[in-house]
Write a protein that binds this ligand. Structure first.
Ligand code: FAD
Length: 289
């Protein structure tokens, strides 16, 4: 059986790391999921003028300061993407590739994704379109799979799928090197529309098209209600109370994911409020036992 954490934090941007630091100070057993750069929205910011105490700091330098702080507090980020989270009654189950983690409380700090879904994406979701290639790869043994990858982590997923599928096409949606297995064909083109009948059979790109049995879209963010079934979302943002609690008991949210303005300090303040209220929730539960 997997060990149960007190609080699982999903997302390593300003909101998530602030939640992690505050929960750790309160002696809670935490796990935080995210990426090595913490957040591209932080890492790639050229110059930040409104971060109190560090006028004009670059996103890269601020990321290094955040990493030093995490290291100092012995907080290690688990470099994995959470694919889904299920409310199980008195705890949550977090699905990560082929693993399941358990936590009593959750802080969602997943940020927002600006990309619109592709034409046909919602229609074929679950009918050939998916968001976790490693989870569904066995369904595509000896078949053709196309992967639209928005980050470096998607390369790993593509390599894994290529060990099972007959053919893998990979469409990089980011700049930089792609270190893929030699049997993967890279297509540098812009996806436009997903086509099929009862199931996906084709991806139309701006200048070409590929016939495919499965299509995985591996973005940095999954929409929050897809990530957590039953979560209340309004106009694309997670609905929270003043305590940053969602409609699900013990599940809190913070940062861009809960609404505008999209700013570092607002996200961090909310991350702190979410963590402290998650801690109070846990303490109340243990008093009731
Ligand atoms: P994010 O920073 O988006 O972090 C969320 C993290 O969670 C990401 O790493 C994401 O990949 C990860 N994640 C998402 N889903 C999952 C999952 N399922 N499993 C694991 N990890 C997941 N704000 C300012 O105040 N001042 C500025 O000067 C400023 N400049 C900016 C410049 C640029 C170029 C950009 C793009 C934004 C700028 N912002 C600025 C806005 C600021 O970046 C955001 O408000 C802030 O990063 C939000 O923090 P967050 O923690 O809510 O989300």
């Amino acid at each position: 059986m997997s060990e149960r954490y007190d609080i699982a934090i999903v997302g390593s941007g300003p909101a998530g790391i602030t939640a992690a630091i505050n929960a750790k100070i309160r002696n809670k057993r935490i796990i935080i999921f995210g990426y090595e750069n913490l957040s591209n929205k932080l890492y790639l910011a050229p110059k930040i003028n409104n971060y109190v105490g560090f006028p004009g700091i670059s996103g890269k330098d601020l990321t290094e300061k955040f990493k030093d702080h995490l290291k100092e507090m012995d907080i290690e980020i688990t470099y994995e993407r959470v694919d889904s989270i299920y409310a199980m009654g008195d705890y949550y189950a977090l699905m990560v590739n082929d693993k399941t983690y358990e936590a009593t409380g959750i802080v969602l700090a997943t940020g927002v994704s600006f990309g619109k879904p592709f034409k046909g994406e919602s229609e074929f979701l679950g009918r050939g379109v998916g968001y976790c290639a490693t989870c569904d790869a066995p369904l595509y043994k000896n078949k053709v799979v196309t992967i639209i990858g928005y980050n470096k982590e998607s390369i790993e997923e593509a390599n894994y799928v290529s060990e099972l599928a007959a053919k893998v096409y990979y469409i990089p949606m980011f700049k930089g090197d792609v270190d893929l297995n030699s049997n993967i064909e890279v297509i540098n083109d812009k996806p436009v529309e997903i086509i099929g009948d009862s199931h996906v059979n084709k991806l139309v790109l701006k200048n070409s098209e590929v016939e495919t049995d499965g299509l995985f879209i591996l973005r940095d963010n999954i929409s929050p209600d897809q990530l957590v079934p039953g979560l209340l979302v309004e106009e694309g943002h997670i609905k929270v109370s003043r305590d940053m609690e969602t409609n699900l008991k013990g599940c809190y949210a913070a940062g861009d994911a809960v609404g505008k303005p999209y700013q570092y300090l607002k996200s961090m303040g909310e991350g702190q409020v979410a963590a402290l209220n998650a801690v109070s929730y846990l303490d109340k539960l243990s008093r009731e036992k």
